[in-house]
Design a protein around this ligand. Structure first.
Ligand SMILES: C[S@@+](CC[C@H](N)C(=O)[O-])C[C@H]1O[C@@H](n2cnc3c(N)ncnc32)[C@H](O)[C@@H]1O
Length: 308
């Protein structure tokens, strides 16, 4: 039997590389607790070494008790750890994605540094370069705010008034620790409406969430609606390396252009971001020393003055 093959009795003989991928796909369809999912995996494996490795991988991942090295809080996860972690979230829907962020929230910022995640810094600089107005007075809506990385950077540039929205309670709890947000709202965008009034914000920013399995393209009109006439919508996203990612980008750019043609807003600038973050979705280069980077794109639009 080859690596990763399933025997006739349904047991799986495979290398640890393959374990997470195969079994995650199987248990993701089951409505069970974390510990039940791990039990299911262990029963499916024949080799003792594979069981040990699977348990270790899973405990470091999504549904299980965090591994001791994470609890210690002092030992950082490596890029390879992050690659294993990210294998577990492939193909997630938005509900599963926000659960994933719940489980990740506590070490999100530390791990983001490890992954050289530069998107918030690049997006905030991009916005700041174009922003005309009084930063201290501007009302900012941080959509899919996560732990608040963008607001922290904007605060340093003089922005003071923030409202945050995210679908992950755990991430909102981290954002609350920043003390920067006057309100933090839980909403699963695409399912729940954007919890904001029409024409409420001078700046709406969304970083790292406009992608397949996260926030749908339809949310863009809601971002526009909650912006004041003359206000800015800043959107930053990772560029796809997959067919579904390409489809998302095409459909997003079509929507952006359609809204220009409808006279709702005008483009201020679009910019490619090099080295958005290390490509932790690709575990093929796991054993190689070189780091593969993902790139991204930032879009800045300004709402027409005559629209509400
Ligand atoms: C990559 S993180 C980005 C967080 C933050 N903007 C940053 O750059 O650090 C993606 C965030 O999007 C949130 N998210 C994903 N899908 C969502 C949805 N459908 N509705 C609301 N939040 C969502 C996640 O909970 C997570 O906090």
């Amino acid at each position: 039997m080859g690596r990763g093959a399933t025997s006739q009795n349904g047991l799986i003989e495979c290398s640890t590389d393959k374990i997470l991928e195969k079994l995650t796909a199987a248990v993701n369809t089951q409505n069970k607790t974390s510990e039940c999912k791990l039990d299911y995996i262990l029963k499916k494996l024949t080799a003792v070494s594979a069981k040990t490795n699977a348990a270790r991988l899973w405990r470091g991942c999504l549904w299980c008790t965090p591994a001791p090295r994470r609890e210690a809080g002092t030992v950082r996860r490596t890029v390879d750890d992050m690659k294993v972690f990210f294998q577990s979230c492939k193909g997630f829907d938005p509900h599963q994605t926000t659960d994933f962020y719940n489980s990740w929230a506590e070490t999100y910022e530390q791990d983001s540094e490890t992954m050289k995640y530069r998107a918030p810094q690049l997006a905030v600089d991009f916005l700041n370069d174009h922003f005309c107005g009084n930063r201290g007075d501007a009302q900012v809506l941080d959509v899919a705010c996560g732990s608040g990385l963008a607001a922290k950077l904007m605060f340093d540039l003089g922005f003071k008034h923030f409202v945050g929205v995210d679908g992950s309670k755990g991430m909102l709890e981290q954002a609350a620790k920043s003390g920067l947000y006057r309100e933090l709202k839980l909403a699963l965008l695409g399912t729940d409406p954007l919890p904001a009034q029409t024409g409420e914000f001078d700046v709406v920013i969304i970083v790292g969430a406009l992608r397949d399995g996260f926030v749908p393209v339809s949310i863009i009109r809601e971002l526009y609606k909650t912006t004041k006439p003359g206000g800015y919508v800043c959107m930053s996203r990772v560029d796809p390396k997959s067919e579904s990612g390409n489809k998302y980008k095409t459909s997003m750019e079509r929507e952006l252009q359609l809204m220009v043609e409808e006279g709702l807003w005008s483009p201020v600038d679009t910019k490619e971001m090099h080295r958005y973050m290390i490509d932790v979705y690709n575990d093929k280069s796991k054993d190689e020393k070189k780091e593969d980077f993902l790139h991204g794109t930032m879009y800045l639009y300004r709402k027409s003055l005559n629209k509400l």
